[in-house]
Design a protein around this ligand. Structure first.
Ligand SMILES: O=C(O)CCC(=O)C(=O)O
Length: 320
């Protein structure tokens, strides 16, 4: 562990690689294997074929009265996802937005999701002086247990139907992430990487899908999510062999500026995305952004959930 901490300071990129291997080998080697090979199309196709032999066709029943999205047409969403890699217009009802926002104000969030670095959002300035640095990202734990609206979303029949049709099998819930991206007037590329603000693609399973919901109003200056249309189906060999974050220039020179899609919307604006697409958040300048992500895959490796033993969670003020 000491070696890892030293690497983190001196060689952040090497640290990321070592940390992922350490985590995978000690917690779930099957997850680690998936992380190494799932970016290759041939592997994804073989795994999909093998799964189709094993799994019975998945039947789902969508009860309109139980969904928060009665107007969303799951077939249309899936058509767009397959073609473009994303679909927007899966918007939250106002009372759900209010419930999640009020949860975020009344529960501690944790700097870079470190269980010992908790603080309440209204104490952000105080937290910055404890931490000794400007904050860039903080996330919540145990969201589905503590916030009924989030629990309802991860079980919503329309979201599950979209995931089932897109993944072509019964979806498995693999993660929730509720987090603040804080305003900044200039972050280093290393910090941008840690806050998902450089172009990257996710390898969370052989097939997976995320739903995102803005919980604050998002315009061009308050942290819009940006994705590259169609990039889930098209990557250069070097993108596959070297899956590190890419600069805007590297991405735009290959995909062209016409492929770049910037998603702005009011609190409640929601979209589905296969984040095997290149994507990033833009650093917010004028307003902190609160965002929820609900993720489904085909296997739960148990590596991404936000569930933590409450006794391990600490407020920063109790550490000093
Ligand atoms: O902050 C954002 O909009 C990007 C989020 C992201 O990269 C992810 O959830 O994989």
């Amino acid at each position: 562990m000491l070696i890892l901490n030293l690497l983190h300071l001196k060689f952040p990129l090497l640290y990321d690689i070592c940390y992922e291997n350490y985590k995978g080998l000690t917690k779930n080697p099957r997850w680690l294997l998936m992380r190494k090979i799932a970016r290759f199309n041939l592997v994804r196709s073989v795994i999909k074929y093998l799964a189709s032999l094993k799994n019975k066709p998945y039947k789902f029943y969508v009860s309109e009265s139980q969904t928060l999205f009665p107007d969303v047409n799951s077939d249309l969403v899936v058509d767009h996802l397959k073609k473009d890699g994303f679909y927007f217009g899966i918007n939250l009802p106002r009372e759900i937005v209010e419930e999640i926002v009020s949860f975020a104000y009344s529960n501690p969030c944790y700097i870079h999701r470190k269980p010992k670095l908790g603080f309440y959002y209204h104490q952000k300035n105080l937290a910055e002086s404890y931490y000794g640095n400007k904050l860039t990202l903080a996330g919540y734990f145990n969201t589905s247990v503590l916030c009924p609206a989030i629990n309802q979303l991860q079980n919503d029949p329309i979201l599950l139907a979209i995931a089932a049709k897109y993944l072509e099998q019964e979806p498995v819930h693999i993660a929730n992430l509720l987090w603040w991206s804080f305003t900044s007037d200039g972050t280093t590329s290393q910090e941008k990487k840690r806050t998902f603000q450089m172009f990257h693609y996710d390898v969370d399973d052989y097939r997976f899908l995320k739903f995102f919901f803005y919980l604050t109003d998002v315009d061009l200056y308050s942290g819009p999510h940006i994705c590259i249309r169609g990039s889930h189906k098209k990557k250069k060999l070097s993108h596959l062999l070297l899956p590190k974050s890419k600069t805007d220039d590297e991405i735009l020179s290959y995909y062209g500026s016409e492929s770049l899609v910037t998603l702005c919307g009011q609190a409640g604006f929601g979209f589905a995305e296969d984040t095997f697409c290149f994507h990033k958040g833009k650093t917010p300048i004028i307003r902190d952004r609160l965002m929820l992500q609900i993720e489904f895959g085909t296997t739960d490796y148990g590596m991404q959930h936000d569930l933590r033993e409450p006794s391990l969670l600490q407020l920063m003020s109790s550490n000093k």
